[in-house]
Write a protein that binds this ligand. Structure first.
Ligand code: G3P
Length: 226
């Protein structure tokens, strides 16, 4: 399973890149708002992320609510950089805009997916990536993991050779709130997990590792001073 980072924060993306395990970035309107960014800077900010992550897919979300608006937004976002992926919500307008953009060779990440039926419609409409949400299911006592399992099984049961520019669909486990979500997504066969920096750090750090590093350093200090 690949790791994307779920943030619009340039410092967090830079830090994750240094780790050498970053395969992409996902953003959304809330994550951009969290950076304190303003409307007039949105597209240049997405461009900075795309340049920082050259060659890696960077999802930038439209905020339009109509088919024409989503298509216009999507064309503009895709023109910012070759690695920009256009993020659309899974709804009637989102499906229609996805088909139009996919037929123009633009990669789409269909987001806010909460069911296997939504995922199947998104894949048929030309989504290159599908983002089922885990955490928001758990927030209302739904089992996000079982939804994710259904999405993965239904999508992976089929090939999608001619539905989107790359002829394949990858599933991005999103709304990841814990390291366990990451493990569950990998065990279920998600292609990607898009993870906030604070959860990435929880995935990395383990008290026994930290204690072991400290012990090695202390013992080596004794060797060095013997
Ligand atoms: O990529 C979707 C993600 O940003 C949503 O996460 O925690 O707002 O449900 P969350």
């Amino acid at each position: 399973m690949k790791f994307f980072i779920d943030t619009a924060n340039l410092e967090e993306i830079t830090e994750a890149k240094i780790w050498g395990c970053l395969a992409g970035v996902t953003t959304n309107p809330s994550l951009y708002a969290k950076t304190g960014g303003v409307l007039s800077d949105f597209e240049s900010h997405m461009q900075k992320i795309a340049e920082l992550c050259e060659g890696l897919p960077v999802s930038a979300e439209t905020t339009a609510t109509t088919i024409d608006g989503m298509v216009a937004d999507g064309r503009r976002l895709a023109a910012l950089a070759p690695n920009i992926v256009v993020k659309l919500p899974v709804c009637e307008a989102g499906l229609a805009a996805c088909r139009i953009l996919a037929d123009e060779g633009i990669r789409v990440n269909m987001t806010l997916v909460f069911s296997a039926t939504q995922a199947l419609l998104a894949a048929n409409a030309g989504a290159r990536y599908i983002s089922p949400f885990l955490g928001r299911c758990d927030d209302i006592a739904l089992d996000g993991t079982s939804q994710l399992a259904d999405v993965i099984t239904c999508i992976k049961n089929c090939d999608w050779p001619d539905r989107n520019p790359d002829g394949e669909v990858e599933i991005i486990a999103a709304s990841v709130r814990t390291a366990n979500h990451v493990v569950q997504a990998a065990l279920l066969g998600a292609d990607i997990a898009t993870v906030p920096m604070k959860v990435l750090k929880k995935c990395l750090h383990h008290p026994l590792t930290d204690a072991g590093i400290a012990a090695f350093e202390a013992d080596w200090e004794r060797v060095a001073n013997a």
